[in-house]
Design a binder for this molecule. Structure first.
Ligand SMILES: [Zn+2]
Length: 512
């Protein structure tokens, strides 16, 4: 271990110091036979490949001078640890709607559906069930609040893209809803022109559109709909470099803290799902800096949650992911891999997400939060010189002449620039070019079949240890909430009969 690495290592180990006492209390509660939580906090780093945690740990040590809380929990006896098999009904590779539905209903379903069997049978999501038991519910995310992962706990629809329908299903079911997705609640952007935000207000929800409103209203409100962007909230790497965005858009940690305080003051049991959604979006975009900064933002939300759970031992905290995505890895660079560290350091100097850079390189629009990437640039492909300027400005290093020329050809719509078909795209080519400098390379631009890491603390945490199946999360959470309920399920063989009819034609690049 070099001197600098030793310093990083010990700083990393100390990251838990503030909450270590609280972990012991949670552990004592976990060890009481038959103990049940009154609060369930379920945290999801969406699309976090197993390789992301070690990368984010090293990145965090470099940019924050301390490691990740999640990583530090791996060394603590108080935290139970496991791996989870996240397969969907007919694919080893799940999407987020099927993944979250497996937790939310206990049944594996087709990718792209939300809590519905292939024959159209609606499954009852966990928010309905705990609500009937008198629990409060909350969904917090950096995606649209109607995105697949939050929806899997509270909605049932045929297509995850029908977010306007999912939005309607939250009314009077979810007490605190914080994230993006204003366009699914506003009359001018909904196909049916319904003013859904007004319907929530009429039902007693406080309504916030920015950070200040959220904070000002939280003390008096029991229910809240907080929508901080028309679509997803900005990537953390963009948020950090944009003062206006920082004033308007709360961080995941701030949203989580607000939701927890609102729920707690009502003195009722509650279930909350907290999603760091843009880890996944950055992985789809092969954007390593975007991904690592959002993983850090997720870790800051973990800190908020653990500080909340300190002194509240009847709290179960589950921290996991729903699937891998594009599996980034730091590769050996240079002779005897001596360049890998220096390449990795370059990530710290990147000032913008690919979502905000690539529209200038190879997209159709100016800054778009959706990260929809298409070939061709409005007004023509940028010149090689302009591409070099963008690299210096946003990434902090120049491309080689050859790389800049390839990006220029890619922006002009040329393909077959790369043999890997997934990577032969605007984001794939940019990811490869940037990877030549940062050492981060990707397997593709879609989800992967990896098991996901689970870490749990508090009463019931034992049931997340070892190797578990995604559907068991529903059984565990309902059991811990004192609910006896089982949704119908379908075996893969029978589901095969429905596969043709169930085909979802449009695969979105930002499927999360
Ligand atoms: Zn995804």
């Amino acid at each position: 271990m070099t001197a600098i690495n030793r310093r990083f290592f010990f700083k990393g180990a100390g990251v838990l110091a503030g909450v270590a006492g609280g972990l012991e209390t949670l552990d004592a509660a976990a060890q009481k036979p038959g103990a049940r939580p009154r609060r369930i906090i379920f945290m999801v780093a969406d699309g976090m490949s197993p390789s992301v945690l070690p990368l984010a740990e090293q990145f965090s040590l470099r940019v924050r001078g301390k490691g990740l809380l999640w990583q530090a929990l791996l060394n603590r006896a108080e935290a139970r640890r496991g791996w989870m098999d996240m397969a969907s009904l007919d694919s080893l590779v799940t999407d987020s709607s099927s993944a979250s539905s497996s937790w939310g209903s206990g049944s594996r379903i087709f990718n792209g559906w939300v809590n519905m069997l292939p024959d159209g049978t609606r499954l009852t999501p966990i928010c309905d069930l705990v609500r009937d038991k008198g629990w409060l519910t909350a969904l917090v995310t950096t995606a649209t609040v109607t995105h697949a992962t939050p929806a899997g706990f509270a909605a049932s629809v045929r297509r995850r893209d029908d977010e306007h329908l999912i939005a309607e299903q939250y009314l009077d079911k979810v007490d605190v809803i914080l994230g993006g997705g204003r366009r699914f609640f506003a009359p001018d952007s909904r196909k049916d022109a319904k003013d859904l935000a007004a319907a929530f207000r009429a039902a007693g929800y406080s309504y916030a559109e920015n950070r200040q409103q959220m904070q000002a209203q939280a003390a008096a409100a029991k229910r809240m709909l907080g929508l901080f962007s028309p679509s997803h909230v900005p990537y953390t790497v963009d948020h950090r470099h944009n003062e206006a965005a920082q004033k308007l858009v709360p961080t995941l940690a701030e949203m989580s803290g607000t939701a927890l305080s609102m729920l707690e003051k009502q003195n009722k049991p509650f279930l909350i799902q907290i999603e760091g959604a843009r880890v996944d979006h950055a992985a789809h975009s092969n954007d390593a800096a975007g991904l690592l900064w959002d993983q850090i933002a997720f870790d800051e939300a973990i800190e908020t949650v653990l500080r909340f759970a300190e002194g509240r031992p009847d709290t179960l905290v589950v921290i996991t992911s729903d699937h891998g995505n594009s599996n980034p890895g730091l590769v050996g660079m240079g002779i005897e891999y001596r360049q890998s560290n220096a390449c990795f350091e370059r990530l710290a100097g990147i000032k913008a997400s690919f979502s905000s850079i690539s529209p200038r390189l190879a997209g159709t629009a100016e800054y778009a939060m959706d990260a929809q990437q298409t070939a061709g640039v409005a007004g023509g492909a940028p010149s090689v010189a302009r591409i070099q300027e963008l690299a210096e400005q946003y990434l902090g290093f120049p491309f080689t002449q050859e790389e800049a020329e390839i990006l220029h050809r890619c922006a002009a719509g040329e393909r077959k620039l790369c043999v890997n078909r997934q990577l032969d795209s605007a984001v794939g080519i940019l990811g490869q070019v940037v990877g030549n400098h940062t050492g981060i390379h990707w397997t593709g631009t879609t989800h992967t079949s990896d098991y996901t890491l689970v870490t749990a603390l508090g009463p019931g945490a034992d049931r997340f240890a070892g190797f578990i199946r995604n559907t068991s999360v529903f059984d565990t959470l309902t059991d811990l909430a004192g609910i006896r309920f089982r949704n119908p399920s379908m075996d893969p063989e029978k589901a095969g009969k429905f596969r043709e009819a169930a085909f979802t034609p449009r695969l979105r690049p930002d499927w999360a």
